[in-house]
Write a protein that binds this ligand. Structure first.
Ligand SMILES: Cc1cc2nc3c(=O)[nH]c(=O)nc-3n(C[C@H](O)[C@H](O)[C@H](O)COP(=O)(O)O)c2cc1C
Length: 218
């Protein structure tokens, strides 16, 4: 049985990242949990930020940001960054992060973060108190040893901090590879006389054509 819950919904887990905005002495860091990859080729990341944040003005004026993936062991510093404002605190020096020059954008990378994704702002969607900023990843940096020989992230327990109902969690155990069950399921489902192309076509034709563009206005 299901019970009806609050519509103040949350998606779990939410990735916790440190976003850097602004440049030079004015550079600032903000902790963000409302974020995610929203596209590939080009890679795009969405970041949702409240208008009242000091970082909001810095992002709007420079139209560039860096998404820095913190180490789980830096959770205390990540939390502090997320409860104090750059209006009052020089977060890099006072909280103890080191700025590094980025290659394509003006906000700095955070040296202590093993992954840094430089983003150029492409879209800004107003959502009441928040704006959703969508940035294209224009450069990516990885600490030595973070990627395997195929360029994939090694499963490292210290990388990947998440938020679940206001609690910080690291990633637990690996439970499968992308597509491992899907491939088997598709093979078992395909009728023996059907070609791969026939079944893909049948799947496409079975529902109404999705709209290519929908209006967000009510
Ligand atoms: C775990 C965590 C996640 C947060 N996620 C967001 C978020 O997605 N969007 C947002 O606007 N603020 C978020 N915040 C709040 C900001 O990080 C916080 O208000 C910060 O002090 C703003 O700093 P600034 O004024 O220097 O920009 C989060 C805070 C924490 C601790």
């Amino acid at each position: 049985m299901k019970i009806e819950g609050s519509v103040d919904a949350e998606l779990v887990p939410a990735p916790v990242v440190l976003v850097t905005v602004g440049k030079g002495e004015a550079a600032n860091i903000i902790t963000i949990a409302w974020t995610g990859m929203v596209s590939d080729s080009p890679s795009m990341i969405g970041v949702s930020m409240m208008h009242s944040r000091h970082s909001y003005g810095l992002l709007c004026s420079l139209r560039e940001f860096v998404v820095n993936i913190p180490r789980a062991s830096d959770v205390d510093k990540v939390d502090v960054v997320g409860v104090v404002s750059g209006r009052k605190v020089a977060k890099f020096t006072e909280i103890g992060f080191t700025p590094l020059k980025a290659s394509k954008v003006r906000p700095p990378l955070i040296a202590e973060c093993p992954i840094n994704l430089e983003c150029a702002l492409r879209h800004q969607l107003m959502l009441g108190k928040y704006d959703l900023f969508v940035g294209e990843v224009v450069a990516a940096h990885y600490d030595d040893g973070v990627l395997d020989t195929k360029g994939r992230l090694k499963s490292t327990p210290d990388i990947g901090l998440t938020l679940v109902s206001l609690e910080y969690w690291t990633l637990g155990q690996k439970v499968g590879d992308f597509g491992h069950a899907g491939k088997e399921w598709r093979t078992a489902r395909r009728r023996p006389h059907e070609s791969r192309r026939d079944s893909a076509r049948a799947a496409t034709l079975s529902g109404p054509e999705p709209p290519h563009m929908v209006s967000c206005r009510q």
